[in-house]
Design a protein around this ligand. Structure first.
Ligand code: ADP
Length: 579
């Protein structure tokens, strides 16, 4: 039941109850007062009548006497003998008086006979009215006066009417009061309750309605409005903050995945989804389901159960080496709320580590052979110097050859280290023909000795390149083309524009490279088995240097070869300027 209805009902009930009680007590009080008043008056009148009768000349005719007294007093007068016989009655005819029953048992008569005075109130069924009877005994005559209680009833009735009017007025006032409560309290309260309900379920977009009515309710309304606005702005800030963090996590250059207390994924960023080639959402999946890696499952469980940091590393089917480090977030009672796993791709680091280890092993191996050789010759020379001058010269020549190889190795390694350490300088126009001619000219003597003929098919033009690195690469290709050529062979240098850039090809008529060795000739220290003659002087680093010098400026280098016919090494340098 609404507040105003309840107030109206309670007030109406209270008014009705008060009116009924008032009506009851007032009626009785008034009736009592009026009756005793009437009784007193009638008793006086009865005594007076009795005194009058005593001396009245018509004393012998009680019927007339009763009539006359009745007329004079304006009440019904009954004269009764001590035995109850009705002697005269002002309201009855003489016949009726004679026929009327004995009044000996009437209460007022009994009382009067006993005490001299009696009174009673009775309802008369004959005239439908209440009567007050007062009896006065004077000797053996009882004078009884009777008067209808009409006036008392009328008084009480008018009193009741007034009470009824007062009650109706009060009820109307209560209704008006109820309406005021409805308009100023109930309706605004209902609106506030509705608004509060929307706030409670997080529906903040709904405007809080303006409340009119009671001042306190208006204050509550504006407080609710302010609360809603502040909640909206706080939630807006939180959402913005969350979006920012989501974006940061999503675009991080490391993998992130978050697991809840049950080791079920709740978030994974793009890096991770791409690295693990995850299609679809990861939500609700276990570490094992996501990575197929039991060690990660164990690490995450360990973090969640004991709140510690756990790490693992493995190689995926795609050959990527991933490291994962699981850390707890929001520890409670030793258990973590979440486990945040950060992934890093160690593929490149591990590859470089492997290359470095390989390189050290290769360098040691490369150095060992000439050093052993030098030591052997030197020891022989010291312990048992050969008598023969020719043998002595051979020993010394072998020492010199190995020392030269060692210094060539050191020099090439330095060049390679330099190339790796320095960034290529800005590309600049290089006169390609002049560059080729310079390199050929510095080898004129060697070419003539070997009887090798060089043919150049290059346009007169400038290309974009790092001149020092291009010279180094071209020189190494040219040296190999001379070195591995047959005597009186040929070298052809041709240049041409291609879709991928400017191509410079160096072809020779040497013994060629077996196809199984072709993919490896650019590796460091790689030498084709046939030419593994160290005395030939090669370090196995020439092509590695050439490749580095070209690739570091965005170009490429490749080789084709036919056994017994010759090999062609091609450098391609892109000509557009790339940032
Ligand atoms: P090296 O200093 O031994 O020449 P490179 O790196 O320049 O080392 O060459 C690697 C190997 O490739 C050589 O040992 C050689 O066997 C082979 N090679 C290089 N160029 C040629 C070529 N023009 N003809 C045949 N074989 C070649």
């Amino acid at each position: 039941m609404r507040l105003h209805s309840r107030l109206i009902a309670l007030n109406a009930l209270a008014i009705a109850a008060v009116t009924i009680l008032l009506s009851y007590f007032l009626s009785h009080g008034v009736a009592n007062v009026v009756q005793s008043e009437a009784e007193e008056q009638m008793a006086g009148a009865a005594a007076l009548a009795a005194a009058t009768i005593r001396t009245h000349p018509d004393r012998g005719d009680p019927i007339r006497l009763a009539d006359e007294l009745g007329r004079l007093l304006g009440v019904r007068v009954t004269l009764i003998a001590a035995d109850g016989t009705v002697l005269g009655d002002s309201s009855l005819t003489p016949e009726e008086t004679r026929a009327v029953e004995n009044h000996r048992e009437r209460p007022e008569v009994i009382q009067a006979l006993e005490t001299g005075r009696g009174a009673a109130i009775r309802y008369s069924a004959t005239v439908h009215m209440s009567f007050i009877y007062v009896a006065h005994r004077d000797g053996d005559l009882i004078v009884r006066l009777a008067k209808p209680l009409e006036s008392v009833d009328g008084l009480i009735n008018s009193l009741r009417w007034q009470l009824a009017i007062a009650m109706t007025g009060s009820l109307v006032a209560v209704l008006a009061f109820g309406y005021t409560v409805l308009a100023f309290v109930s309706r605004p309260l209902a609106r506030l309750a509705e608004a509060a309900r929307h706030l409670a379920v997080g529906d903040l977009d709904r405007e809080i309605p303006e409340v009119r009515g009671d001042a306190d309710l208006v204050r509550i309304g504006s407080a609710l409005s302010a609360m809603s606005r502040s909640l909206r702005s706080k939630i807006g800030e939180l959402v913005e903050e969350k979006n920012r963090i989501d974006t940061i996590v999503e675009t991080m250059s490391a993998g992130v995945i978050v697991f809840d207390r049950n080791a079920r994924a709740v978030l994974a960023n793009r890096w991770l989804r791409e690295a693990l080639q995850i299609q679809g959402p990861v939500d609700g999946k276990s570490p094992l389901e996501i990575t197929r890696q039991p060690s990660l499952e164990a690490a995450v469980r360990q973090t969640l159960e004991f709140g510690g940091v756990a790490a693992t590393e493995w190689t995926t089917h795609q050959g990527r080496t991933l490291s994962a480090r699981s850390a707890p977030v929001g520890r409670r009672l030793g258990e973590a709320e979440l486990a945040v796993v950060v992934f890093h791709d160690l593929t490149e680091i591990r590859r470089l580590e492997a290359i470095r280890k390989d390189f050290v092993a290769n360098v040691s191996h490369e150095f060992k052979t000439p050093l052993t050789s030098i030591r052997g010759y030197a020891e022989t020379l010291l312990s048992a110097p050969p008598e023969n001058r020719e043998t002595l010269r051979e020993f010394l020549a072998a020492i010199e050859r190995n020392a030269t190889l060692l210094s060539a190795l050191v020099e090439d390694m330095l060049v390679l280290a330099q190339l790796e350490a320095d960034l290529p300088m800005q590309k600049q126009p290089v006169d390609i023909r002049a560059l080729i001619s310079r390199q050929i000219d510095s080898r004129r003597h060697l070419l003539a000795t070997r009887g090798i003929h060089v043919e150049i098919d290059c346009p007169e033009r400038s290309i974009l390149a790092d001149p020092a690195r291009l010279s180094r690469a071209f020189a190494n290709l040219l040296d190999n083309a001379i070195h591995y050529n047959r005597n009186a062979g040929e070298i052809r240098i041709s240049c041409q524009e291609t879709a991928r850039g400017f191509a410079i090809a160096v072809s020779d008529t040497g013994f060629g490279i077996p196809s199984e060795d072709l993919p490896r000739v650019f590796e460091r220290f790689y030498r084709v088995e046939k030419s593994r003659d160290r005395s030939a002087g090669g370090t196995g680093l020439g092509l590695a240097i050439a490749r580095h010098a070209i690739e570091s400026q965005g170009g490429s280098i490749s080789v084709t070869s036919t056994i017994g016919v010759g090999s062609t090494f091609t450098i391609v340098l892109p000509q557009e300027i790339r940032n």
